[in-house]
Design a protein around this ligand. Structure first.
Ligand code: NAD
Length: 312
């Protein structure tokens, strides 16, 4: 078992670090939040006073931070040069492809192996150790990272060279965002045309319209397996995080000169829902309430009820 530094013990990192400790690793945890550190200690991690202290003699460094700027800051100020060059560096945050590639190059120039390893699966999967990791890096770096990622996930997949994990993550989530909106507007139309939602679900699930957003994560309450729709769109994958991923996808598309009209439309609609209508904290399938005009903006949010149907 190894000495693992874990930086970023929030909603996701907290559960992930606990699973590494449970697997027998000596996990040295650091976060800016004392509360997050208290919880990590209760879950079997060792508390570190700073990021450089956590990584000082680590064999692996795992980070789970909010965005690219945090990853850049932590790696450049506290990991590269502070951790032994023999340590494998594993960034699990969801960040832009360009920053992931730059940080991997900077690490490599100082003799480190580094992978980007963003995840699919939310807080429950982080706690249960059932995340899917999409990993970007050399074959050798992947082989070294895999052993540390395995106790935190159900699948660890090598996507390609540095940055490929982030590329796979944002492409997957662009597809998910667009397909969720397509599912929502389809069910709203089906009901307006007089179809019973369960009957339409049964038909489309066995026809060519079948997709994960419908069969596994139906946005209509009471239809299909239990989903956040059955809990007033609480829990699940927040619309704010879907919007974050769509923005990363659009940034990548611009950089790669790739035409993504559905992704762009999904970004616009999630901006309207999450930021214009106060839906940021709701599950991303809650966007159906904007599409069917039944959204009630949270009290005190200053957001107005939408009347989108007429506009499209
Ligand atoms: P979070 O905000 O709950 O946790 C981030 C943690 O990083 C916080 O505890 C914060 O204090 C800490 N942090 C920030 N800057 C730091 C620094 N300089 N040094 C040390 N700690 C620092 O976020 P989260 O929900 O855990 O998400 C983390 C990443 O995982 C994001 O990139 C997110 O997009 C991605 N992700 C989240 C989910 C989800 O369902 N929450 C799902 C898939 C991927």
């Amino acid at each position: 078992m190894a000495r693992v530094a874990f930086i970023g013990l929030g909603n996701m990192g907290g559960g992930m670090a606990a699973n590494l400790a449970k697997a027998g690793h000596e996990v040295r945890a650091f976060d800016l939040s004392a509360e997050a550190l208290d919880k990590a200690e209760r879950n079997g991690c060792l508390r570190s006073g700073s990021a450089p202290e956590a990584v000082a003699d680590a064999e692996a460094v795992v980070t789970m931070l909010p965005a690219g700027k945090h990853v850049r800051e932590v790696y450049e100020s506290s990991v590269i040069g502070a951790a032994p060059a023999s340590a494998i560096l594993i960034d699990c945050s969801t960040i832009d492809v360009a920053t992931a590639r730059e940080e991997a190059e900077k690490a490599q120039a100082k003799g480190y192996a580094m992978v980007d390893a963003p995840v699919s699966g939310g807080i429950a999967a982080a706690e249960a150790g059932t995340l899917t990791f999409m990993v970007g890096g050399t074959e050798e770096a992947f082989a070294r990272a895999e052993a540390f990622l395995a106790p935190m996930g159900k699948a660890v997949i090598h996507a390609g060279g540095p940055g490929s994990g982030q590329a796979a993550k944002i492409c997957n989530n662009m597809l998910l965002g667009a397909s969720m909106i397509a599912t929502c507007e389809t069910f709203v139309l089906a009901q307006k045309l007089g179809l019973d939602p369960q009957t339409f679900f049964d038909i489309a699930s066995k026809a060519s319209g079948q997709c994960w957003s419908m069969t596994s994560y139906c946005p209509v309450p009471g239809v299909g397996p239990e989903t956040p729709a059955d809990r007033d769109y609480e829990g699940g994958f927040a619309a704010a995080l879907m919007l974050k991923d769509l923005r990363l996808a659009m940034e990548a598309a611009r950089g790669a000169d790739s035409y993504t009209p559905m992704g762009a439309q999904a970004e616009e609609l999630y901006t309207r829902f999450a930021e214009g209508l106060g839906g940021a904290g709701k599950d991303f399938s809650g966007i159906i309430r904007m599409i069917d005009d039944s959204w009630k903006a949270p009290e005190g949010s200053g957001a107005e009820a939408p009347k989108v149907g007429a506009k499209f």
